[in-house]
Every structure is written in structure tokens, then in C-alpha cells.
Design a protein around this ligand. Structure first.
Ligand SMILES: Cc1ncc(COP(=O)(O)O)c(C=O)c1O
Length: 440
């Protein structure tokens, strides 16, 4: 099936009720037929559901659907994208280990890598840029993974996945990518060498700003059994799960099996069945929404690029974008509906525009049907030092737009009135009050 069809039908076969919508299995546990059956389910000898911190039939459909869209062998849903990020790396690393990450990251991912993991003895190495050679220079025999965002949020950089995957694999290391910004409809990283794909479902996939969620997808591509010394957790008996050996007992998907038996089981960051249902609703319309998101974004980006009040605009759809060639190679003619720009007048002018918009919602999410405006340096990335900001690709004046599904003329009119206000460099208390609630 093609993507549009998979997004609607993938992973679901109706039971005897013939329900067309995926039912919400709002239950904590499942009744075993007898002790023998219970034992076999616990031993992972037979497929089945037992306790919903580990798995659930509604969540299972979402996992299968996204794994199919990404071209992976299996998926595991989590309560948020942040849970997917942390579980994906903790599945491979312990004290004394390291991984290399491209520095252009979502703010909370960066602070987790730079400031939380080191306290657990896990070193995250950041090269000065996102180039494969720079990443390779930091890999050593305690490196357990290479990590990157396929399209960085909010930096808008596009990783040369095939080169980075080649470098990682040459050193016997898997490539883990966060594919939140493009979604599998615009970019399929496993086809380009990624071994593990993670998502914040909270963004375009849920699509309506209502529901948190995360996903890890195992490409089934990495040869864990060939690297027993680097990856003992995949090859030696798992003490945390009665001695299971993932590579021999689950040779098709050892990585995701361990994510579930150790990561999800112990951290408990499971997705609720109702939230899985909402993400399934989002997936059904993802393909058509992305077309409209992108069309609107092209119109708004074009408007900004021709406005004398704007200092710079970064949009992957522009041929002069430094990442345009990589975007063409990996995303085809498509691009995500994320635009960043700076206003003449710098930081203060950017804050003033942020304060003065009336239709755009001032918040830190993206991928909503509603258009959103964010000022990363003062919100998602505000904990970063000036040098960290430069490393992750956030300038102090950067304003980020996530373009929604409204009429583009209304979006342009809103930006125009926000930019038209005099004295952009000195946003006073009046603009901090925000627009008339009736208008919003
Ligand atoms: C690229 C990326 N990855 C992960 C996350 C974290 O996802 P969540 O907010 O669902 O925890 C975000 C959130 O903005 C993100 O933009």
C-alpha cells in the first residue's frame, strides 16, 4: 500500500464486531486463559497483551501503522517525544559510554544530552557542525550510536543521511534519527541508512495540538550480533528480563524488543489508548494536511522574503537555502511548513512581532492545524548559553513560524499588521497585553 492508504488502514484488522474505527481498548490488563498462557506471554513466547504499561491493542495499531510508514520492522509508542528520545539512547548506553550527536537539536533534547546524561556518566559528543567527517572524528570504541534530527528544529538543517549512516556503520555504530519535522510522508530515513527512527507524535502526526505522544521505530537493519563487545545488552542474557537474549530470540527486531522489556517496562512512559486513538485520527489526514501546510508555507515564506522589514528568511523550499540540495535529495520536491526569520531591529523587533500577532498562536508547539509563532531564544532554547545557541543553530533574533491550515491571506495580513506597528525595536507594555480576546 502507498503512504496515503497505509496512514488510514495500516496495522488494523477489525475483530468480530467489524468496527471500522480502531476501538479504544481502555483497559489496564488482559485476562489470561490459564497459567500456561500467562507464562508464555510473559516469556514473550506467544504474542499477546498482558499489562498496558507494556502494550495495548489500540496502541499496537498505531505502532504497526507508523512502522509500516517508516519502512521499519516494529514500533513502540511512548507518552511523549521526549520519552522516545531518552529511551532510544538509554537502550544502548550506560556509564562510561558515549554517543555523537549533531548539535542542531530541539532545545530539551539538547539540554538532556548536554546536561542530564553526563550526570549518569554518559558523554554526548557534539561536533561543531552536522557534517559526516566532523561526526566521524568523535567516534571511538565506547561510542554506541550516532544521533541527529533529520531536519533540525528549529535550525532547519538537513542531514546528509547516507554519508552519516555510512560513517556510523563503518565504525560498527547504529544511526538514530529524530524524524519529527518531515514525518515519514516527506522523508523515510531507513531507506537512507538510519537504523532507528523516533518521533514526537505531538507535532504533525497528531496534527491538532491536542495530544502528546512519541514513537520509536526499529529499522531491523543494524547487525547487533556482529558487535557483541560494543553491544553486550543485545547479545548477553538480559538480567532485567529473565535472561532473554535479544539477538538470538528476536533476531528481526532485538533493539525495539529491549526498548519494551527494559525501557518502557521500567520507566513507565506508556501512551494511553485514548491518545493512541487521537494520533490514529491525525495520521488518517496527515497526507492531505501536509500538502496544505506546505502550500501555505510557500506563500507566507515568499511574502516574508519580499518584505523590506525582514532581515532574513530561512525556508527549505527556497532554492538559495544552503540545505536546498540536500532537501531535494532527501525530501524530493516537498518541504516542511516551518519558516524561521529575523526582523530588522534584531532581538527586540522579533519579540515585538511575536507580541503583536493576533491570529498566530504564541506557543512552543509545531505541526498544528493552527499557525504558531515561537521565539526559540526566549522559550524552547532559553536555558542555552549564547555559545550553545550558536551551536544548535538558534540566533537571538530568530522567530519560528509553524504554518497551519488557515487561509494564507489571513496569515499574511496578521504578520503585516504585526510588522507595520511602529517602533519595532521597543516593544512596550501595551503590546505585552496581547490582542483582544474576542478576536482570538
Ligand atoms: C524534533 C523534536 N523532537 C522531540 C521533541 C519532544 O517531543 P514532545 O514534546 O512530544 O515530548 C520535540 C518537541 O518539540 C521536537 O521538536
Amino acid at each position: 500500500m502507498r503512504d496515503e492508504t497505509l496512514a488510514i488502514h495500516g496495522g488494523y484488522t477489525a475483530d468480530s464486531t467489524r468496527a471500522v474505527a480502531v476501538p479504544i481498548y481502555q483497559t489496564v490488563a488482559h485476562d489470561f486463559t490459564d497459567a500456561d498462557h500467562a507464562g508464555k506471554v510473559f516469556d514473550l513466547e506467544v504474542p499477546g497483551f498482558h499489562y498496558n504499561r507494556i502494550n495495548n491493542p489500540t496502541v499496537d495499531v498505531l505502532e504497526q501503522r507508523l512502522a509500516a510508514l517508516e519502512g521499519g520492522v516494529a514500533g513502540m509508542a511512548l507518552s511523549s517525544g521526549a520519552a522516545a528520545v531518552s529511551t532510544s539512547v538509554l537502550n544502548l548506553l550506560g556509564a562510561g559510554d558515549n554517543f555523537v550527536s549533531a548539535p542542531q537539536l530541539y532545545g530539551a533534547t539538547y539540554t538532556y544530552f548536554a546536561h542530564v546524561l553526563p550526570k549518569l556518566g554518559i558523554e554526548v559528543r557534539f561536533p561543531p557542525d552536522d557534517q559526516a567527517d566532523s561526526i566521524e572524528a568523535l567516534i571511538d570504541d565506547r561510542t554506541k550510536a550516532v544521533f541527529c534530527e533529520t531536519v533540525g528544529n528549529p535550525a532547519g538543517n538537513v542531514i546528509d543521511l547516507e554519508r552519516v549512516a555510512e560513517v556510523a556503520h563503518r565504525h560498527g555504530v547504529p544511526l538514530i534519527v529524530d524524524n519529527t519535522v518531515p514525518t515519514p510522508l516527506l522523508l523515510k530515513p531507513i531507506r537512507h541508512g538510519a537504523d532507528v527512527v523516533i518521533h514526537s507524535l505531538t507535532k504533525f502526526i497528531g496534527g491538532h495540538g491536542t495530544t502528546m505522544g512519541g514513537m520509536i521505530i526499529d529499522g531491523g537493519t543494524f547487525p547487533w550480533a556482529e558487535h557483541p563487545e560494543r553491544f553486550p545488552m543485545m547479545n548477553e542474557p538480559e538480567l532485567a528480563f529473565h535472561g532473554v537474549r535479544y539477538t538470538t530470540q528476536f533476531p528481526d527486531a532485538p533493539y525495539i524488543t529491549r526498548c519494551r522489556t527494559v525501557g518502557l517496562r521500567n520507566t513507565g512512559s506508556c501512551l494511553s489508548p485514548f491518545n493512541a486513538f487521537l494520533h490514529l485520527q491525525g495520521l488518517e489526514s496527515l497526507a492531505v494536511r501536509l500538502v496544505r501546510h506546505e502550500a501555505n508555507a510557500r506563500i507566507v515564506a515568499d511574502y516574508l522574503a519580499h518584505d523590506a522589514r525582514i532581515a532574513w528568511v530561512s525556508f527549505l523550499g527556497f532554492p538559495d537555502n544552503p540545505y536546498h540540495e540536500l532537501a531535494r535529495r532527501y525530501l524530493g520536491e516537498r518541504c516542511p511548513s516551518i519558516i524561521t526569520f529575523g526582523v530588522r531591529g534584531g532581538y527586540d523587533a522579533g519579540i515585538a512581532v511575536f507580541n503583536r500577532v493576533q491570529l498566530f498562536k504564541r506557543l512552543v508547539n509545531m505541526g498544528d492545524a493552527k499557525s504558531l509563532i515561537a521565539h526559540p531564544a526566549s522559550t524552547t532554547h532559553r536555558q542555552l548559553t549564547p555559545s550553545d545557541l550558536a551551536l544548535v543553530g538558534v540566533t537571538p533574533d530568530m522567530v519560528r513560524l509553524s504554518i497551519g491550515l488557515e487561509h494564507p491571506d489571513d496569515l499574511i495580513e496578521d504578520l503585516d499588521q504585526a510588522l507595520s506597528s511602529q517602533d519595532l525595536g521597543h516593544a512596550g507594555p501595551d503590546v505585552l497585553k496581547g490582542p483582544d480576546p474576542a478576536f482570538r
